[in-house]
Design a protein around this ligand. Structure first.
Ligand SMILES: [Zn+2]
Length: 326
């Protein structure tokens, strides 16, 4: 439930300790209605909170043993992970589970063979992946599937070439990418498609002109107040600080937007009393916008935050340990 939020008019400070306390408090609110209404997001919520804590330099602020036990309890008998122990498995939660374990160096705590088999079983003849056994297909799931397998070092279980070809077919005449071939360009989808091309070393399958066109479309997402929107004519939103910025970073074009203005705008979305960040100034905070706001600040080099990897949305410390230096 939304509670009153206090924002300053001109914050120039990142309230690190308050954000850490806010994330720690999320698991102690089991008596609140909001906690139960968002139960379907729980495993994702742990990933968002843990990533934020790592970026804030407080990786131990959530108890490691309890985190591992919770992730283990979410693994379904089919090898995938659900949001919560009693929920069906889905690729989105499966990636969150594997990212959580990767960050705390505990991948051996679950059955990774079964997990890889679950993910591989969701690839379709076109190369795309379905999100779960019920079949919704989307470029987001290509990204989640390939990142999960890459972390597990089991990319050989799927047809990467076909997956990449599918993603390339989703690029539009404006340079952007959509959920399926021919669908409208959207920053969230662009992040997942550029992420797939980057993590499989296929970014050069886009011509330099088409990469520039895409970067131009992304740079146009910045509004006069400094914030970024997800597509033309939409309101700015802190989570697009991640989807747009990380895509620009992967394309080597972060300098195409006004980073100072963006930093000022993200900082204005903090709740300086209770901690956390909101989607935009004046709204109630949540852990989703908290992590993507912090990740955006990290990408533009805000002092004091750990470096985030634009491809995987995990600390560079973790991706270096997993994949070696770039
Ligand atoms: Zn948002």
């Amino acid at each position: 439930m939304a509670t009153a939020v206090t924002f300053t008019n001109k914050p120039e400070e990142l309230f690190v300790d308050k954000h850490v306390k806010y994330i720690q408090s999320l698991d102690t609110r089991k008596d609140e209605l909001e906690y139960w209404l968002t139960e379907h997001l729980r495993l994702n919520g742990v990933y968002w909170g843990l990533t934020a804590l790592h970026l804030l330099g407080r990786p131990d602020a959530l108890p490691r043993d309890e985190t591992i036990k919770f992730v283990q309890s979410c693994q379904h008998e089919n090898g995938g992970f659900g949001a919560h122990p009693s929920h069906d498995a889905h690729l989105l939660y499966t990636l969150s589970a594997i990212q959580i374990l990767a960050m705390i160096d505990a991948l051996d705590a679950v059955d990774t063979e079964a997990c890889a088999a679950y993910v591989a079983g969701l690839q379709k003849p076109s190369g795309v992946f379905a999100g779960d056994e019920w079949g919704e297909e989307d470029t987001r799931f290509v990204y989640t599937a390939l990142q999960t397998l890459k972390i597990l070092n089991k990319l050989d279980r799927v047809d990467v070439e076909k997956a990449v070809d599918f993603v390339l077919r989703c690029q539009n005449y404006d340079g952007g990418f959509g959920v399926v071939p021919g669908a409208e360009s959207h920053s969230g989808q662009i992040f997942t498609c550029v992420g797939v091309l980057s993590m499989t070393n296929n970014l050069d399958r886009m011509t330099p002109a088409s990469r520039d066109q895409l970067a131009g479309w992304l740079a146009q997402r910045q509004l006069p107040n400094g914030g970024l929107n997800g597509r033309p004519e939409k309101l700015e939103d802190v989570c697009y600080s991640w989807w747009v910025l990380s895509s620009l970073a992967m394309l080597g074009k972060l300098h195409w937007i006004d980073q100072n203005k963006l930093v000022g705008w993200i900082l204005s979305c903090q709740d300086e009393v209770r901690g956390g960040l909101a989607d935009r100034k004046g709204d109630a905070v949540d852990v989703f916008h908290t992590v993507f706001g912090l990740a955006g600040l990290s990408l533009v080099g805000w002092g004091g935050l750990k470096e985030v990897d634009p491809i995987y949305c995990m600390p560079v410390e973790t991706t270096k340990r997993l994949f070696g230096p770039k």
